[in-house]
Design a protein around this ligand. Sequence first.
Ligand code: ZN
Length: 263
Amino acid sequence: MGQFEKISEHIWIMHAEHDTDRPIIAAIAGERRTLMLDGGNSALHAQQFKEYLVAQGVRLPDLVVLTHWHWDHSIGVHAWNIPIISHSETAKVLTDLKKIEWTVAALEFLSKDEIINDESMGHILKEYGDPSSIEIAVPDVLFQNNLLIELGGVTCEVLHVGGDHASDSCFVYVNEDSVLFLGDALAPSVYGGPRKYTSSGFLKLMSIMHQFNAEIFIESHGVPTERKQFLEEIGAWEKLAQLVENYQNNSDFILKELAGSSI
Ligand SMILES: [Zn+2]
């Protein structure tokens, strides 16, 4: 798998890189406008994707939408120097983060305060070396529930879904390509104490996900996956969450049910 890929008629992506926790970033190009999905984790990350888009002859992004505030999705966004669209809660967190003077001590403080964690701190230091070059951009266009973005023959729906991972998480559905970007929404919480999932939160996300008739599903730190495979894989988790929901925390019942099934 290369670093970059055109995954459907209107979508080009830069694949996730786990070394410094870079998520997938994408350009969705319509006839009039190109929408960037997430900003990247640094200006370097953004620059590498920009060079690829230029080489491919793709119109450079006019707008960028953030799936949630987490550093790896948002810190690179300033480098695009274009209007930033986000959920209002994403904007609120980034407005607070903009006040920080970025030093190693500041990162340690954020980690101690569980706003980020030690793993993220390590990734930030590896991506940046010196964190003083971190620049936070504040979003320009805010929404509460959902938003349609018309790019010229391509419509993207941005939908606030929340969940355990980050309460500002959004899905982005590219209608004409039947591609659903899930951000990190299906992942467990990573900040604010030990990682955790709630069955009700996960099942709510599943019911929203099933409302989109997507052919390709994209989790930010995974790889784009075709419908059949994705639903099979996520179906195992969905079943487990349903069991937890049905039997609450009665692990004997849950284990018994699991033993009788294929997951
Ligand atoms: Zn995240």
